[in-house]
Design a binder for this molecule. Structure first.
Ligand code: NDP
Length: 452
C-alpha cells in the first residue's frame, strides 16, 4: 500500500522535532509535522527557556549587593518588567524560527494546524485535509493541571506567567514541585513578596531529603514564606486582590496566585481512544521500550507518555524512535541515571539515588559537606552549599550525587558522566581537586558522614 508520507508527527516540541529531523535528514524518510501552536513546544515557548531567562533576571539584585561588598559602588534602579518581557519575546521568536528552519532544512513538511488521528494510518488536519502515513508519532506534550477548587479561574499557571502586564506585589505559589519552587524563587528575586503553599511535609518530594531541606531553608532565609502542610480551599476575588482561604485556617490576600500543581499528558481529543491505544491513570499514552503504542503504526514520545518529563528525555526518546524505525538502528533509551537540576536559588542538581532510596536497597556510605562558599562568604552572606555522595559499601560505586549550590545544574552534568561510567568513590578520590572551587569538595571528602 502506498502512503502520502512515511512519518506524520503530531506536536512540534522537543521530542517531535528531534524525531522528525532525524527521520528525514538521516533516515531518508518523507516526514510531515503538525503543530497547532508555536514551534518549539513547552520547553522553548512556555517552559525551560523563558524560565531560565527569568532565573537569570532574578539573580541580579543579589549580584548588585555582592558587587558593593566587593568594593564596587553600584545601585540598582529597579527592574523594568515590560522591557525584559519585550526582549524575552524577541528571543523566543528567534528560537521558534530556528526550530522551523531546522525542520525545513531537513526536508520536513510543516502543517501549522491541529491534527487528529482517524485510523492507524490516517490523520486529519483542522483544515479538513486527510493524509495517509506509514507511521504516526504522537509528541503532544503536557498541560498544567489546576485542581478543581472554588475560584480556580482566578489563578494563573506557568503558561501565563511570561505574559503578565506587570509584576504583582504579593504572590502565592501553590505546589511544591519543580515549577512551584523555581517560580517562588524567580518572583522573589524580581522583588515580589512570595508565599508558597505546599500540601506535604517538605517541598520537592522525591528528591534527597537532606538536599531538599537545604533548599527549603535557603529559600526561607531569603524571605520566601514556605507554608508546608497547607493547601488552598478556595480563592475569592476581593476589591484589592485575591483572597486565599487555606487548610491551616488562614485567609491571606495576594495580587497573583500561581498554580504549579503538576501537568497532565495532552492525550485526549486526538482520536486515539477508539483505535486501541492504551492509556494510564493520568491519561498518559502507554508505550513499550521502543515508544510503540498498542497500535503498531502509532508511537509516542515525551511528556504525553509521562515517563520522565524532561526535555532532554523527550529528545532522546524521539531520537531513539527515529533511529529504530527509519535508520535501521534499533535503539532503546535507558531511563536510568538521568541527571536533572531544579533552578531554585540556590539550585539543586541531582543524579542517581537519594540517600533514602539507596539505603532501602543496600548498605551505603554517605559523604556530605555543607559549607559557606568563598564568593558569598566574602560578601557577608550566610548561604551554605551542600555536596553529597551516596556510595555503595559493597561495590564502592557512587550511586547518587546531590549538589545544592549556585550553578549546581552545571556541576551535576559533569558528575553524571562519571557516575554513568560506574565511577567508584576511590575514582573520585584519585581525581585531583581544582582549587579554589566549590566542586573540589566532591573529590576531597575523605570520611563518611554516616554508614547505614
Ligand atoms: P511536579 O509533579 O514536580 O509537582 C507538582 C506539585 O503539585 C507537587 O508538589 C504536588 O504535591 C502538588 N500537587 C499535585 N496535585 C495537587 C493538588 N490537587 N492539590 C495541591 N497540590 C497538588 O510538577 P510541576 O508542575 O512542578 O512540573 C511538571 C514537570 O515538569 C515535572 O515533573 C518536571 O519533570 C518538569 N519540569 C522540570 C524542570 C527542570 O528540569 N528544572 C522545571 C520545571 C518542570 P505532592 O508532592 O504532594 O504530590
Amino acid at each position: 500500500m502506498s502512503f502520502d508520507t512515511d512519518l506524520f508527527v503530531i506536536g512540534g516540541g522537543s521530542g517531535g522535532v528531534r524525531a522528525a529531523r532525524i527521520a528525514a535528514a538521516e533516515g531518508g524518510a518523507r516526514v510531515m509535522l503538525a503543530e497547532e501552536s508555536r514551534m518549539g513546544g513547552t520547553c522553548v515557548i512556555r517552559g525551560c527557556v523563558p524560565k531560565k531567562l527569568m532565573v537569570f533576571a532574578s539573580a541580579f539584585p543579589e549580584m548588585v549587593e555582592d558587587a558593593n561588598a566587593y568594593g564596587w559602588r553600584v545601585k540598582s534602579e529597579g527592574f523594568d518588567w515590560p522591557r525584559f518581557r519585550t526582549s524575552l519575546e524577541a528571543e523566543l521568536d528567534r528560537l521558534e524560527n530556528a526550530y522551523r528552519s531546522t525542520l525545513l532544512n531537513a526536508g520536513v513538511t510543516i502543517h501549522d494546524t491541529r491534527a487528529t488521528v482517524i485510523d492507524p494510518h490516517t490523520v486529519r488536519l483542522a483544515t479538513g485535509d486527510t493524509i495517509t502515513t506509514k507511521h504516526i508519532l504522537i509528541a503532544t506534550g503536557g498541560w498544567p493541571f489546576v485542581p478543581d477548587i472554588p475560584g480556580k479561574e482566578l489563578a494563573i499557571t506557568s503558561n501565563d506567567i511570561f505574559h503578565l502586564d506587570s509584576l504583582p506585589k504579593r504572590a502565592l505559589v501553590v505546589g511544591g514541585g519543580y515549577i512551584a519552587s523555581e517560580f517562588a524563587c524567580i518572583l522573589h528575586g524580581l522583588g515580589v513578596e512570595v508565599a508558597q503553599y505546599y500540601r506535604g511535609a517538605q517541598i520537592l518530594r522525591g528528591f534527597d531529603d537532606e538536599s531538599r531541606g537545604h533548599v527549603a531553608n535557603a529559600m526561607q532565609a531569603r524571605g520566601i514564606a514556605i507554608h508546608c502542610g497547607t493547601d488552598v480551599l478556595r480563592l475569592e476575588k476581593t476589591a484589592t486582590g485575591i483572597r486565599a482561604v487555606a487548610t491551616d485556617g488562614s485567609e491571606r490576600e495576594f495580587d497573583l496566585v500561581l498554580y504549579a500543581t503538576g501537568r497532565r499528558p495532552n492525550s485526549t481529543c486526538l482520536g486515539l481512544e477508539d483505535l486501541g491505544v492504551k492509556f494510564g491513570r493520568n491519561g498518559q499514552i502507554i508505550v513499550d521500550e521502543w515508544s510503540q503504542t498498542a497500535v503498531p503504526s502509532i508511537y509516542a514520545v515525551g511528556d504525553v507518555t509521562d515517563r520522565v518529563n524532561l526535555t532532554p528525555v523527550a529528545i532522546r526518546e524521539g531520537h531513539a524512535f527515529a533511529d529504530t524505525v527509519f535508520r535501521g538502528v534499533p535503539t532503546k533509551f535507558d531511563h536510568d541515571l538521568i541527571p536533572s537540576a531544579i533552578f531554585t536559588q540556590p539550585e539543586l542538581g541531582s543524579v542517581g539515588l537519594s540517600e533514602e532510596a539507596a539505603r532501602d536497597l543496600e548498605p551505603i556510605e554517605v559523604y556530605s559537606a555543607a559549607f559557606r562558599p568563598m564568593r558569598t562568604l566574602f560578601a557577608g552572606r550566610q548561604d551554605r552549599v551542600l555536596m553529597k555522595l551516596i556510595v555503595s559499601q559493597a561495590t564502592r560505586k557512587v550511586l547518587g550525587c546531590h549538589i545544592v549550590a549556585p550553578d549546581a545544574g552545571e556541576f551535576i552534568q559533569l558528575a553524571a558522566i562519571a557516575i554513568r561510567m560506574g565511577a567508584t568513590k576511590e575514582d573520585f578520590d584519585r581525581t585531583v581537586a581544582v582549587h579554589p572551587t566549590l566542586s573540589e569538595e566532591l573529590v576531597t571528602m575523605r570520611k563518611p558522614s554516616r554508614r547505614t
